[in-house]
Design a protein around this ligand. Structure first.
Ligand SMILES: NC(=O)c1ccc[n+]([C@@H]2O[C@H](COP(=O)([O-])OP(=O)(O)OC[C@H]3O[C@@H](n4cnc5c(N)ncnc54)[C@H](OP(=O)(O)O)[C@@H]3O)[C@@H](O)[C@H]2O)c1
Length: 355
């Protein structure tokens, strides 16, 4: 049995779901993969930091944070003063980072992931910021240390998008893709079709814990646009930023628009897409009125779906239903196992290696 020491940075919805998944799949991961996962450090913004080289009790950490407690209570001395010190002092094999996205710079997550890679850890994130702002340098840094930078959970949560292209589709060229990549807006549009106003639909999505207290990242299309930019950068090999994605959100759609579409047997969706045009890629996010013949017409509620068109397979569709912190956590756990299991190559395949 090989012990794999982990450092969790971010212990909110996703970080806690990672801890729950590690607990619930402990026996399976031991018997199938021969790996004993041990969390030796946890870092948060306001719930403190904890480290113990012999392993922290995840059930205790979950209970403590959920009661609003401070993780320092059960950290071994000396307690690190900040996240960077925690990363420096923790002898972990992988860092799993799940802090809130910073659309503008990707920081401070890029700094955390960089420090981890420099100390020989694999770097795994659920956070889109570091991927869009630092995919190339983090991938190169990982390769130079014989480690991996993985980010499966950043697009469609646990659905294996990047693994599919990394392991399942060698020598395939992605020519275009089209899909619904933002669950929150899809739920809001579904609720509006059921007769709710935009504001009432947003409020309901917030009550269900799907929309954030400030929903503009979703409703204005930023979340969808960053996912499009990530897919274009990583899978199409054309590095683009958020500014190169034509973006419109659903905030301009009214109840009348939704009702008129419905009466005509059609449906509004926030559609994401990109296609190669010569050496460049055209990328976009915007509301489209779809008819029932469109496969995206049937993607309802929090579900999402993407159809890839490649030079070898034609159309290949992946869809996901009922996403949430647990499916996101699974994306991170899958990344971790793929990084550390014996059959895994330390260096990513050329299709996922930054130019
Ligand atoms: N929720 C999902 O289903 C989902 C799906 C896909 C991707 N993601 C991505 O996953 C990430 C985490 O989402 P979440 O829902 O878990 O967020 P969350 O519940 O707000 O948790 C964020 C965690 O990060 C900590 N944190 C905040 N700023 C920090 C900093 N500067 N340094 C260290 N720790 C910091 C917070 O500390 P405190 O505990 O002290 O507040 C908290 O523990 C985001 O990037 C999100 O976009 C989430």
């Amino acid at each position: 049995m090989r012990t794999v020491r982990l450092l969790l940075i971010g212990f909110g919805n996703v970080g806690q779901a990672v801890a729950e998944l590690v607990l619930s799949k402990e026996a399976e991961i031991r018997s199938v993969h021969g790996l004993a996962l041990q969390v030796v450090g946890i870092g948060t913004a306001s719930h403190g930091l904890a480290q113990d080289p012999d392993g922290l009790s995840l059930s205790r950490a979950l209970g403590l944070v959920r009661r609003g407690g401070d993780l320092r209570q059960f950290s071994r001395q000396p307690i690190p003063s900040d996240i960077e010190e925690l990363i420096r002092h923790t002898q972990a094999e992988a860092l799993l980072e799940s802090i809130p996205v910073n659309y503008e710079s990707g920081q401070p997550a890029i700094g955390y992931l960089t420090s981890a890679l420099e100390r020989g850890m694999h770097a795994i994130t659920a956070n889109k910021g570091p991927v869009i702002h630092a995919f190339a340098p983090l991938t190169a840094l990982a390769a130079s240390h014989g480690r991996q930078f993985r980010f499966e959970a950043t697009v469609m949560d646990g659905a294996p998008i990047f693994s599919l292209w990394r392991e399942g589709l060698p020598a395939a060229r992605l020519d275009s893709f089209r899909g619904i990549l933002n669950s929150t807006t899809n739920l809001i549009l579904t609720l509006m079709e059921q007769g709710r106003s935009f504001d009432a639909a947003v409020a309901e999505a917030q009550r269900l814990g799907i929309a954030e207290s400030d929903p503009s990242g979703d409703t204005e299309g930023w979340d969808a646009a960053i996912k499009v930019a990530i897919l274009v950068t990583v899978l199409m090999g054309v590095p683009i930023g958020l500014g190169q994605v034509q973006r419109r959100g659903i905030d301009g759609l009214t109840e009348v628009d939704i009702r008129q579409a419905s009466e005509a047997g059609r449906r509004w969706k926030l559609v994401c897409g990109a296609k190669r045009i010569g050496e460049r890629v055209e990328a976009r996010v915007g509301p489209e009125q779809l008819d029932p013949g469109d496969p995206l017409f049937h993607v309802m509620g929090t579900s999402s779906a993407v159809t890839f068109v490649s030079d070898v397979l034609g159309e290949l569709t992946i869809s996901e239903s009922a996403p949430g912190p647990r499916t996101t956590a699974y994306g991170m756990l899958a990344d971790l196992i793929n990084c550390v299991r014996p059959s895994s190559a330390a260096t990513p395949s050329p299709s996922l290696t930054a130019a």
